[in-house]
Design a protein around this ligand. Sequence first.
Ligand code: NAP
Length: 343
Amino acid sequence: MSQIKVGIINVTGYAGVELARLLYKHPTVKLCSITGRSAAGQKLAEVFPHLADIELTITAELDEVDFVFSAMPHKASAEVILPLVERGIKVVDISADFRLKDASKYLQWYDFAHPAPGLLQKAVYGLPEFHRAEIAKASLVANPGCYPTGALLALAPAIKEGLIYPDIIIDSKSGISGAGRTLSLSTHYAEATDNVHAYSVHGHRHLPEIVQELETLNPGLSPSVTFLPHLVPTSRGILSSCYAKPNEEKPVKGKEELLEIYRSYYKGEPFVRVVDKPPGTKQTWGNNLCLVYPTIDVRTGRIIVISCLDNLVKGAAGQAIQNMNIMFGFSETAGLEALPVYP
Ligand SMILES: NC(=O)c1ccc[n+]([C@@H]2O[C@H](COP(=O)([O-])OP(=O)(O)OC[C@H]3O[C@@H](n4cnc5c(N)ncnc54)[C@H](OP(=O)(O)O)[C@@H]3O)[C@@H](O)[C@H]2O)c1
């Protein structure tokens, strides 16, 4: 098979440049076109010296390609994607612009009226562990948010099997690259180092996405979710600790049985690994795995599930490539086999 020609819109952001790094070793696609507003006309290596082996020039507009990743900020992403969809080009959108099915939620959570509400039903939410068969047939895939990926993969077996009451707390910690490459005071070194703080306490934009997908998993559930993100002084990684009371009608005998339920649920999944010790973000640094550790608090009976992933890989660029692989019928792990970086 000849190589598929792919393009990245907005290679100058963290998600876009991580896509370029991962695609370099992909066996069946060739990165041919990269755009970036502030760096148009410059060689990729001038802006990102770690990618000196990729001989491409950043342009203002995309060249002709067979497949596009959009790593644009929300709202701007929909604007660039709509003409591509009209031309029949397959797209994975890393922004939030096609993740929510209810168009009114864009006004409520993202402060803009969605320009193509009809397309929201056609776009597929790109969490392969939930929607693999639909992704395979999709022409527009909405790559999940980084926090939702970790939280949903932690909660899915418990929700699907009805093991917990749907009154859930998700406590997440993210490294600073989750906030993007655009400069801001809160991500300034002196503000962020030696500091940990909660933010968006009264409602983070990823909450409606988490609720939507929990409902898809178990229709009629009406989950009540408190999602509390924190910023921690590390460059990559998200650790999410999820808590819920066990469903007395579906009692789990102990943590070994819970672990077995989780192992069996994710059997055969290439990028979800159920682990028997609490994982840390360094175990997924630069790699497409999500590690999931389920257990039971013996004193309160609460079910606790801890997950971790690299926000730029399974939380963004890696998962986008996983989705592209599924859309083209490639091996799902193609280009994503690298082990995590340590220390
Ligand atoms: N960071 C993550 O961990 C992560 C995870 C999952 C999903 N995402 C999503 O991925 C997308 C990119 O995120 P990111 O973190 O890579 O962002 P980022 O590093 O902050 O990139 C933002 C860049 O986008 C460009 N930009 C901003 N507004 C633009 C516009 N109207 N038109 C063209 N370019 C514009 C700017 O680049 P120039 O300076 O070149 O103009 C800006 O530096 C976002 O939608 C984000 O929500 C990010």
